[in-house]
Design a protein around this ligand. Structure first.
Ligand code: SF4
Length: 347
């Protein structure tokens, strides 16, 4: 066995807990519930999650292999205006929030690898404060909120139960629409709600779909294409709103053939007339994040690809971007009305 593997801690063998979590009755109950999943973990009390998460000279890919868990209380801004590189899907009041930082999945091209100094996973326990902030915004206007950015919330549902909490909150707060984006497969939707949602259109499950080649080579630990499609079918059966995301499209050898094989499966398996909408976009990433990722992942084809830089954002050449995205839009156009296809950059 590789000696490097022998030296690694098991994932979540160490759990760091902020002092203020332990001092609050509600947070400490939730923390104990989460820690209960790891009875052998070493628990370490800390002042602030940043003392662990923001340390200098951490190596994201190494840490991600044996993630520690950090339980914390989020302070400062709790809800942010939607980022420029993200699609608003036609929504005027577009926001996102992060009740977790980092992900159980391990996509090589994930921007988190460039954005965060640490591969450890942080769970914020004060969901109630985020809910309060969302309610303040709702007093001003309707809110479209992406809740599964900076993580894949469904991947960690067994640990946190947060998707269930968000669904409950959204259902009882008119004006709020949330997007839960995921690459998870075989999701047990029946576990997510005990009774049907009254406002089922307000909770959008957004599934990122990729060809098997991309999943195998770059989207480690995520659901297989079949697993994701099964989840989509289950979500539709449960009457949930489903979005398909062909974003980011990732270039790979013979990309058209790989994407065509995927599309044939998607179209034959999913009732496309039941899909709420579709997003299309190719890989793009800020210069700073990609620089860090290139330093940390010298052997990754998707990270080391010779992207072009436009004003601080790396992307494929304009020709390749256009070839890939136009092909996808036109392929989807055979099954989805044009006004339900959102292409990145056209908004
Ligand atoms: S599923 Fe999303 S958040 Fe998780 S590693 Fe992949 S790209 Fe990143």
């Amino acid at each position: 066995m590789d000696s490097e593997v022998l030296l690694r801690n098991r994932p979540f063998s160490h759990i760091y807990v902020e002092k203020r979590v332990l001092e609050d009755k509600e947070y400490s109950v939730k923390a104990k519930e989460i820690m209960g999943h790891f009875p052998e973990a070493c628990i370490i009390e800390i002042e602030h999650y940043k003392d662990v998460f923001n340390r200098h000279k951490q190596c994201f890919p190494e840490q991600h292999e044996s993630q520690a868990l950090v339980l914390a209380v989020k302070q400062g801004n709790l809800v942010y205006p939607g980022a420029e590189v993200c699609q608003s899907m036609g929504n005027e009041h577009f926001y996102y929030t992060s009740c977790m930082m980092n992900c159980l999945f391990d996509c090589e091209y994930c921007y988190l690898k460039g954005m965060y100094p640490s591969g450890n996973m942080v769970v914020f326990l004060n969901l109630r404060d985020i809910f309060k902030r969302v309610q303040e915004l709702l007093r001003e206007h309707p809110v479209y909120l992406c809740v599964s950015y900076d993580t894949d919330l469904l991947a960690a549902e067994a640990l946190t139960g947060y998707v269930k909490e968000w669904m409950k909150f959204t259902d009882s707060n008119p004006g709020l629409t949330i997007e839960v984006r995921t690459k998870a497969g075989n999701i047990e939707f029946e576990r997510l709600f005990s009774k049907p949602l009254q406002r089922s259109e307000s909770v959008i499950f957004a599934f990122t779909l990729s060809p098997e080649y991309v999943i195998t080579h770059y989207e480690h630990r995520t659901g297989s294409l079949k697993g994701r499609i099964d989840s989509i079918k289950k979500a539709l059966e449960c009457g949930l709103a489903v979005r398909l995301c062909f974003d980011p499209m990732i270039y790979c050898p013979d990309w058209k053939k790989e994407y065509e094989i995927m599309m044939e499966t998607v179209i034959s398996e999913i009732p496309m007339d039941k899909i709420r909408d579709v997003s299309v976009g190719s890989f793009r990433l800020s210069e700073d994040y990609l620089k860090t990722m290139r330093r940390n992942m010298p052997g990754s084809a998707v990270v080391q690809y010779p992207y072009e830089n436009d004003g601080g954002v790396y992307h494929y050449s304009h020709k390749l971007t256009n070839d890939m995205e136009s092909w996808m839009v036109s392929r989807l156009g055979e099954h989805v009305p044009e006004n339900r296809i959102f292409r990145w950059g056209e908004e």
